[in-house]
Design a protein around this ligand. Sequence first.
Ligand SMILES: [Zn+2]
Length: 113
Amino acid sequence: MKDSVKNLMPIPEGYVVLTKETTSRGVKWGSQEDNGYNFRLAEYADGTTALYHVYPDGSIKLDCESVLVQELYCMHCGEPLNPCLDADAGIPDPHEYFCAACGHDYEIVGEDD
Ligand SMILES: [Zn+2]
């Protein structure tokens, strides 16, 4: 029953949706606040979740390109952490972060792993 959306929720507190943007200088990932996009987190009947993009005309579509990451701060210097990009796929890894200010790496163990 993967197809049946049980619940459409706002993006949870402490999470950010990163959306891929292709610019003349290459690929860049920006938060939904930077882009002015609107997202919902859909919960399926089997307990899995997926991101949906809400368009200005009110339509809602499954978004497979954007990535939900946590909003985290460095335990050493307090600066916001950046998600690491997966070397093969080139997409942000929601479980690995680094601090651009002091260079510390963090691995987040997900609740559902
Ligand atoms: Zn730091």
